[in-house]
Unconditional design. Sequence first.
Length: 218
Amino acid sequence: MLTGLALKELREIVWIAVAAMVVYFLILVAATGIGLAERSPWSEAHKLPFNVEITMNFVLVGACLAVGLGLRQTVGESARGTFQFLLNRPASRRALIGTKLLVGGGVYLVLAVAPLLLYAWWAATPGTHASPFAWWMTVLAWQGWLGGSLLYLGAFLAGLRPGRWHGTRLLPLVAAAGLTGLCTFFPWSWAIDAPLVVLLDALLVANIFYVARTRDFS
């Protein structure tokens, strides 16, 4: 039952994943210059690796991916009226919602981290560019990737909650966006930032399960 639900979720979000992969690919090509002429106006390989401009491209695509996944998994079900059907299957609400979270969250975390790892591997490889590189330069990118989990859960919770979109329904997503910005751009150390994001993620997950348990989907 849960395996079937996981496959269903993957089928429904695959177009979002493919769109994000295409954009990530274009960012990587521009950032590394691979496949582009040396003086191509699109190439940014001459710039310092993981500079703010390039890093923000990764972070913004990851943010759009996270929000798109969270809303697709919830608003999509509500719009088609399939929540009631799913929640009447022989599995608990916690298991069903947990499966959706694992699939959507897993797709975000894997898909958003892969281009960062590829870019970091290119930047750390001698002879690929003439600029200096140190691993501390990637901190903003990793903070943005980790903070994207808050956006995913905030979007999921906003889509799951009852209410009007112009009312309080969007509050979880707005709050998650603010917290993501705080955790990404404020000069925290990893010792503070990572546990803080994990704690906030846990609070959002707890709220998601509470809404799923108490909401009347009929």
